[in-house]
Design a binder for this molecule. Structure first.
Ligand SMILES: Nc1ncnc2c1ncn2[C@@H]1O[C@H](COP(=O)(O)OP(=O)(O)O)[C@@H](O)[C@H]1O
Ligand SMILES: [Mg+2]
Length: 348
């Protein structure tokens, strides 16, 4: 569980967009509260379109929230202006999903990183070269790459450069928005291991957004599950994957291929019916009720609050306690062993 004073605290955040017809609002992020402790690696999962990127983009200031607060070290960022705001914001960096879109093709890799260093007040060319070498080394790239252009690099190398550039401003939080999902399957684990190593070596806290649930399960200590703009369940990753207690999480997590063959035979993933409802016209009450096999009349009347199931687990469903108790009756699956490549890279 997060410490008393989290590094990052998001309170009741609401971010809306005007729909294409301009007549309706899309509540992409709807009353979301999350926390991140110093050095913590936290997952954020949910189907495409549920608002994960908008939440991340709002946290780093790429979208403007309608309401709610974002606090870093207990300081509400909306109360800051000018240089102080820029200085605080630098502590939170965003790693984009698409490594091809995040670099300027006319800049060498060295120039791209130097730009970030200049923001930090490092303008001496010799000092810049020294830092660039260190940063490239930290992300596992050879020094010689500084002279190259992005078009000469692979997707995995570009993502490493993007990470090096984020690190240049010495962030304390990285918002990693599906940072490996655009990469070839073969290099995903390598880049994932880079995140794990940076997290371990530099103590950078990460909000790790992903739809690859197997990756989140291995890499994070805690996970939030998001559905249609809302957090519907939160728990330590071990507990969430062993005892999902919201019908949506049960369906979502039930669909991951398990590393433990015993789990696959014992857990039947419930089906999620139909498509995500339109975010311009979400269902009343529980957002998931139109697709939920357990939906009852009560579910339409009010948004179910998150109820505490254990000190490190909460879920927003009127039946959460029942599902939680039922899962306790089953033997807990053993924690899945990390795949070998992740383990090997991790030790690097
Ligand atoms: N700039 C925007 N303008 C209008 N709608 C947007 C914008 N960005 C995102 N949305 C909408 O907000 C919802 C959440 O999107 P997003 O945060 O990208 O979800 P995710 O990252 O979980 O796939 C979607 O319905 C999406 O269409
Ligand atoms: Mg997204």
């Amino acid at each position: 569980m997060p410490e008393a004073q989290p590094l990052l605290r998001v309170e009741n955040l609401v971010t809306r967009f005007k729909s294409v017809e301009r007549s309706k609002w899309i509540s992409a992020v709807d009353d979301v509260s999350i926390t991140l402790a110093p050095g913590e690696m936290v997952g954020l999962v949910g189907e495409s379109g549920c608002g994960k990127s908008t939440l991340g983009r709002t946290i780093v200031g790429l979208e403007r929230p309608q309401s709610g607060r974002i606090l870093l070290d207990g300081v509400d960022l909306s109360t800051l202006r000018g240089a102080e705001l820029r200085r605080r914001r630098r502590a939170i960096q965003y790693v984009f999903q698409d490594p091809y879109a995040s670099l300027n093709d006319r800049q060498t890799i060295g120039e791209a990183i130097a730009e970030a260093l200049i923001i930090m007040g490092i303008s001496d060319p010799a000092e810049q070269r020294r830092r660039i070498r260190t940063l490239l080394d930290q992300v596992g790239l050879p020094d010689a790459l500084a002279e190259r252009y992005p078009r000469e690099l692979s997707g995995g190398q570009r993502q490493r450069v993007a990470i090096a550039r984020s690190l240049a401003v010495e962030p304390r939080v990285l918002i990693c928005d599906e940072p490996v999902s655009a990469l070839d399957l073969s290099i995903r684990a390598q880049v994932m291991n880079l995140f794990l190593r940076l997290h371990k070596d530099l103590g950078v806290a990460c909000l790790f957004i992903a739809h690859d649930l197997a990756l989140v399960r291995q890499a994070t200590s805690r996970t939030y599950v998001m559905y249609l703009g809302k957090i519907i369940e939160e728990a330590t990753s071990a507990e969430l994957y062993a005892r999902p207690s919201h019908p949506y999480s049960k369906a979502l997590l039930g669909s991951i291929p398990s590393a433990d063959p015993r789990i696959e035979v014992t857990r039947e993933p419930p089906e999620i019916f139909g498509d995500i409802p339109s975010p311009t016209n979400p269902p009343s009450g529980c957002r998931f009720r139109t697709r939920c096999p357990h939906a009852a009349e009560v579910c339409a009347s009010a948004v179910p609050p998150l109820v505490a199931l254990s000190p490190s687990h909460q879920a927003g469903c009127v039946l959460a306690e029942k599902f939680y108790a039922e899962s306790a009756a089953q033997p807990l699956p053993h924690p899945a062993p990390a795949p070998r490549d992740i383990q090997t890279m991790h030790a690097r």
